[in-house]
Write a protein that binds this ligand. Structure first.
Ligand code: 3H9
Length: 570
């Protein structure tokens, strides 16, 4: 049963049990719908606590239903029904109350949250707006400004902040069920507050809405949902409840069927599939300490992320790591290096180039513990060769870091033929500990990230040869939604020798619109993606999209090059 009703004296406890995240699929909506009728009819029940089994409160609508026609009972009707119940409902929140889950909680007369809980309306991240009164009830509960922040950013807030804004009535510790039942008993002693839908909103003036619009439009860069959400919030503040609800529902249904929502759902599921591939069944090695070798700003960023994940970390700066280049610089410093990294469970070479060469890694392998996992970048060469000189190559793993200059958004694992299953599993455990997206390549030895980059670079340089200025190409890609244009993104790499390119200096030869430029470069990425799949370098086409989005700034709301190319095929 997805909904179970038990009793604690005159308080009924409705427990939702719909693993893994209590998403509001049809069976759960129906179960809650029926529970309202059952409990309204139970004369000896004075209040109802709504609580969830498992790791979280209701985490939202069931996203897998979004591609299909809506089936009754519809969520907005369920929220109204809970609000209109004869007995007051108290939402008891642990884990995350997200999207439809928070909307159900706002239908309840009260909300009680464990101090570790988070609450939010993340719908814009899925290319939609809240569709069950989130844009209409939230401003009635927390005011227009806080509602704009919650709904248009999609970022959840922790329980204490939620209490400060008025989203929850109490933050509790200890046993949630006991605390919520006690809260319900106390609440019954005073007159009930108005249902959320009946509360007034103070409408900000037109200038305030225009400022919000300008700020969000600048951030959204072509993404539709945040501005549509703002529009719903404005209607909610200025129009009666029922009118605003109808406006929100129409906006939700229109966006749900949009290309952007389909693309964002694709990325949502790709991100969740990536960290748990079915072929990785071995137990990871323990990960308590790590050494990060070089890598400049990115190495330092990785070290700090590892520390935040609870590991003890040694960061060896590029200059210190130079000792690895050869015996001539050996002696005491080699010994000092071995002392610094000798205890680490995991040694990550974050430096590319000379420090990632096989000879260097052979030396490094001799300095760290014999069972330490050694993660090395593969951009500079073939990981099989790289691993050869390392004693016990079974513990060597190719590891590439991608993302914004200072950050690491994505880890790419490149196993070699010799990589042991538990070494591979340790790579996955590392990504989970860091909360980063991880993509694994096949055994063929290439890197998805580097190959996509090389191919895009070649296609972009081709455009320069045809007479376009790098700034024109960059602007076109930014207009398409990329975080940076290709030439801006590469300024850390080899300089582009524009002057040496034949055809440069004959402006006007290429007469391409921004859209043409973006189409050329994204098509080149998709073509490379198909080659990566054919060669077995990429295991899934969604992995290529994840690398493009998280590694190379491809607009998330476009779904990545493979997703876009797939949509163009009739
Ligand atoms: C919405 O609510 C619209 C409404 O306003 C209006 C409707 C009318 N649906 O992330 P995890 C699966 S929009 C279906 O690894 P965690 C996920 O695929 C929705 N499935 O867990 C995975 O499956 P598998 C707004 C879902 O503990 C498994 O659950 N809500 C959904 O790291 C575990 O997921 C959101 O956007 C879903 N909604 O994190 C919340 N969510 O095991 C999205 C998850 O087969 N969810 N799955 O691979 C999250 O942010 C995280 O899942 C959460 C738990 C923080 C809850």
């Amino acid at each position: 049963m997805v909904v179970n009703i038990t009793r604690d004296g005159d308080i009924a406890v409705v427990t939702v049990d719909n693993p893994p995240v209590n998403a509001l699929g049809q069976a759960l909506r129906q179960g809650l719908w029926d529970a309202v009728a059952t409990l309204d009819a139970a004369a000896d029940v004075r209040a109802v606590v709504l609580i969830c089994a498992g790791r979280t409160f209701i985490a939202g609508a069931d996203v897998t239903e979004f591609g299909k026609p809506p089936v009754p009972p519809h969520l907005p009707d369920l929220v109204d029904r809970i609000e209109g119940a004869a007995k007051p409902w108290v939402a008891a929140i642990h884990g995350s109350a997200l999207g439809g889950g928070l909307e159900v909680a706002m239908g309840c007369r009260f909300r009680v949250a464990l101090e570790t809980a988070a609450l939010g309306l993340p719908e814009v991240g899925l290319g939609i707006v809240p569709g069950a009164s989130g844009t209409v009830r939230t401003p009635r509960l927390v005011g227009a400004a806080a509602a704009v922040e919650l709904v248009t950013t999609g970022r959840p807030v922790k329980a204490e902040r939620a209490r400060a804004m008025g989203l929850v009535d109490a933050v509790v510790t200890g046993d949630l069920r006991t605390a919520a039942v006690a809260f319900a008993r106390t609440a019954l002693e005073a007159p009930l507050p108005l249902p959320v839908s009946a509360r007034p909103v103070t409408a900000p003036d037109a200038a305030w809405w225009e400022d919000q619009h300008a700020a969000i439009a600048a951030r959204a860069k072509g993404e539709l949902a945040p501005l549509r959400a703002l529009d719903c919030l404005r209607v909610a503040a200025e129009r009666p409840f029922a009118e605003a609800l109808a406006h929100e529902r129409a906006t939700f249904l229109a966006l749900r069927g949009s290309d952007q929502a389909a693309a964002l759902r694709h990325i949502f599921f790709a991100e969740r599939a990536a960290p748990r591939p079915s072929h990785v069944t071995a137990a990871p090695r323990p990960l308590r300490s790590a050494a990060v070798i070089g890598g400049g700003v990115r190495g330092a960023g990785l070290a700090s992320a590892l520390r935040s994940a609870g590991l003890s970390v040694v960061l060896v700066a590029d200059d210190d790591a130079a000792v690895l280049r050869g015996p001539q610089t050996g002696g005491p410093s080699t010994k000092a290096m071995a002392e610094r990294i000798g205890d680490a469970d995991l040694v990550i070479v974050a430096a590319e180039g000379a420090l990632a060469m096989p000879a260097v890694l052979g030396r490094l392998g001799g300095m760290c513990r014999a069972d330490a996992v050694l993660a090395v970048p593969t951009g500079a060469g073939d990981p099989h060769r790289t691993a050869e000189p390392v004693p016990t190559p079974a513990r060597v793993l190719g590891l590439n870091l991608f993302g914004p200059t200072a950050g690491v958004a994505l880890l790419e694992i490149v196993p070699t033929a010799a990589t042991a299953p538990e070494t591979l599993a340790t790579g996955f455990a590392l990504a989970r500990a860091l909360g980063r997206i991880l993509v694994q390549t096949g055994l063929g030895g290439g890197s998805i990230g580097h190959r996509l980059l090389r191919r895009t670079r070649a296609a972009a340089e081709d455009l320069i040869r045809q007479g376009l200025a790098p700034a024109t190409v960059d602007a076109a890609m930014r207009a398409y939604g990329f975080a940076l244009g290709p030439f801006e993104a590469w300024d850390g790499g080899d300089p582009v020798n524009v002057a040496a390119m034949p055809g440069q200096g004959t402006p006007g030869r290429a007469d391409l619109s921004d859209a043409d430029i973006a189409a050329r470069l994204t098509a080149a990425m998709a073509e490379e993606g198909r080659a990566l799949l054919d060669e077995g370098v990429a295991l899934r086409s969604s992995d290529i999209d994840l690398v493009a989005v998280h590694g190379h700034g491809y607009p998330r709301w476009r779904g990545g090059p493979m997703f876009e190319a797939g949509r163009q095929v009739p």
